[in-house]
Design a protein around this ligand. Structure first.
Ligand code: 6R9
Length: 648
């Protein structure tokens, strides 16, 4: 028996949508899904054949080194050829690839596929001139300007391994990532804009790489923040992009990459320790992001696609850069915030560029709901034909608002569940197939065999999400830590399933409903933050003895962070001062986006007799719920004190 749906409303695609979709009808999906599981090598081989390879693969899937699965073994390609050269050769050279909208509304740029290829080739030659070659690590710390996509593709062009660091991360986070990867080069800009404020990116990079001996050069793109004396320092290793670019050749042949050569690292938070470098390789990631983009977003010539994520996250890697460009459509890239200069900015952009496919996060939708419908209804959104969400579970109210107000009750909504580690969509409606239910990521993508299991690996209707079979874009490892890769993702059910760390319900129709993380990872506005990461920041403060961080429901962000902090005995001070200092430490060690909503100081934490912090009780306190079983507590009075402290 399976669980009843949390929300029973169903929204089938309109007949008009079905009639034109890249994949139409439940029967077609069922047949394709069955084939993809019964004969993965045949299925994925066919899809890969739609793309350009320098040498075909010898074998589609090699599972002999599981859990490191290899795809398209022996195949040679370069993903940029499929993103760019292929389209230029097919007559799309003058079609727009990137419609860039700066945060200052008068600043825009259009790059056609031909121009984008030329920019990528030149950028690639600059990297070569600076001594970067195949296999070298390059860290990228840029705002959402075209050069972010260009530099990512330039790395891929020459086979350098990019690691994009979201430009909201702190200097210390840059340092951790650069040191872990031993990057040779950092690419940054003189600055960026966020809600009218200049972000001093180059200064942050200078601080971050000050002690990184692997860094040979810092390549700086000029974003013209030159109204004040800027950048503040200029070092011997710094190179202006606009000065070196004219000195290098225009053409750069694509490096021949093995299907299993590394394409990129992307760092993400886990439940323990420092962020881990998730490894993605070339061939499988290329094929999977190509197909998921094509089917989930129903991409066609003439579409104008817009994903509001930052390229600094996996969503931007797969569904701004690689997957979307492989499909040859035009896309909007926007530098700024949704509420700058005002709360209608997104809808003004949709109207201006006649966006047809719009992909955003539930946290943004909830913010728009709160800001009010007046910002939406004054714009013509009739160009939209498909909507998507990603990053966290979407609550049915937000789904319905999106459906009614943005989608005019006609656009299918694809609620895509996936992860940095999965590389691409895993559970998602297909817009010409799936009758959607508000809040459900619905059914597995082609090639994906998903299940809900209990702790022992038995199928159940409410438990933990598991993925049974390998898929092409799956991570190949955790950089420099094979054991962590195995422990984190493959140990839970004895190596038989991939463990993503999410809870799920499977309903009577076989639809999946993600219930949130089952580990100590909190999802704040779609950003993954490990509670252990924050705790280790707090204990670096000289006054702090111990801390416990939990996630609590948050109206806009989905989840917010609450920190419980114990001050060392005998240390005197003021809570207000500590609070300020701890917040500043979070800013400088992780980034402002990881700031807790609340820091509660207390004399003790609820612990079991064996000394384990009972986080479940902390969550009950923070959410003002009746407390569960407290008999295992070493000192039950701790809880009453905490309750008072929390309310204060
Ligand atoms: C793509 C991305 C992954 C975690 C994932 C899950 C949550 C993402 C979701 C969703 C419910 C969705 N998540 N999409 N939860 N419904 N449609 O967000 O990657 O940053 O690695 O986060 O986000 O908890 O495990 P990443």
């Amino acid at each position: 028996m399976s669980a009843p749906s949390p929300d029973t409303r169903k929204f089938p695609p309109t007949p008009e949508f079905v009639a034109q979709a890249n994949l139409s009808g439940v029967e077609a999906y069922k047949a394709a899904h069955k084939r993809s599981l019964d004969d993965p090598e045949g299925f994925w081989g066919d899809i890969a054949s739609e793309l350009t390879w320098m040498k075909p693969w010898d074998k589609v899937l090699d599972d002999s080194k599981a859990p490191v699965y290899e795809w398209f073994v022996g195949g040679k390609t370069n993903v940029t050829v499929n993103c760019l050269d292929r389209h230029v050769a097919n007559g799309l050279a003058d079609q727009p690839a990137i419609l860039w909208e700066g945060e200052p509304a008068d600043e825009t740029r259009v790059l056609t596929y031909g121009q984008l290829l030329a920019e990528v080739e030149r950028f690639a030659n600059v990297l070569k001139a600076l001594g970067v070659g195949k296999g070298d690590g390059v860290s990228i710390y840029l705002p959402m300007i075209p050069e972010l996509a260009i530099s990512v593709l330039a790395c891929a062009r020459i086979g350098a391994v990019h690691s994009v660091i979201f430009a909201g991360f702190s200097a210390e986070s840059i340092k951790d990532r650069v040191m872990d990867q031993k990057s040779k080069l950092v690419i940054t800009a003189d600055g960026g804009w966020r809600r009218g404020k200049a972000l001093m990116l180059k200064d942050i990079v200078d601080e971050g790489v000050a002690d990184c001996s692997s860094i040979e050069k810092v390549l700086v793109v000029q974003r013209h923040l030159d109204k004040e004396p800027f950048p503040h320092t200029w070092n011997d290793r710094d190179v202006w992009y606009h000065e070196i670019a004219p000195t290098v050749p225009a053409e750069c042949a694509p490096e021949e990459m093995d299907a299993e050569d590394m394409l990129f690292l992307l760092y993400t938070s886990g439940s323990t320790g420092k962020p881990k470098g998730v490894m993605h390789t070339t061939g499988g990631y290329m094929v999977y992001t190509y197909l998921t983009s094509k089917l989930t977003f129903d991409l066609k010539p003439g579409d104008v696609y817009w994903c509001t994520a930052d390229v600094g996250w996996i969503t931007g890697h797969s569904y701004i850069v690689y997957g979307i460009l492989q499909n040859g459509v035009a896309q909007v890239m926007y530098e700024g915030a949704p509420n700058s200069p005002d709360e209608s900015r997104f809808w003004q952009i949709v109207e201006k560029y006649k966006v047809s496919i719009f992909y955003t996060a539930p946290t943004a939708i909830r913010a728009f709901m709160k800001w009010g419908d007046q910002h939406v209804v004054k714009h013509d959104l009739s160009s939209l034909r498909l909507l998507g969400t990603v990053g966290e579970p979407i609550n049915p109210e937000a789904w319905m608002w999106y459906h009614r107000l943005i989608g005019a009750e006609k656009c299918p909504i694809v609620d895509t569940w996936w992860q940095t580690e999965t590389g691409g969509h895993m559970l998602t409606p297909l817009p010409g197939v799936t009758a959607t239910k508000p809040g459900s990521a619905t059914t597995p993508f082609l090639g994906i065999d998903a299940a809900v299991l209990d702790e022992d690996g038995n199928e159940t209707d409410r438990g933990i999400l598991a993925i049974r079979k390998p898929w092409p874009a799956m991570l190949r490892g955790v950089w420099g830590d094979e054991q962590r890769f195995k422990d984190t993702y493959w140990c839970k059910w004895g190596g038989k399933y991939y463990f993503p760390g999410d809870g799920a319900i499977k309903d009577e129709d076989g639809y999946f409903w993600i219930t949130g993380r089952v580990d100590d990872v909190v999802n704040v506005s779609g950003h993954r933050i490990g509670t252990a990461e924050l705790e280790s920041v707090f204990v670096e403060h000289p006054a702090v003895a111990e801390s416990a961080v939990i996630g609590v429901p948050h109206e806009i962000k989905g989840q917010g962070l609450v920190a419980f902090v114990i001050i060392r005995t005998g240390v005197e001070g003021e809570e207000a001062v500590w609070r300020k200092e701890l917040t500043a430490m979070v800013d400088s060690k992780i980034g402002k986006f990881a700031r807790p909503e609340k820091i509660v100081f207390s004399a003790d934490l609820p612990k079991t007799r064996s000394g384990k912090i009972m986080r479940r009780l902390l969550r009950d306190i923070a959410e003002d719920r009746p407390l569960g079983n407290v008999t295992t507590l070493a000192d039950p009075s701790v809880v009453d004190n905490l309750k008072e402290k929390f309310k204060a």
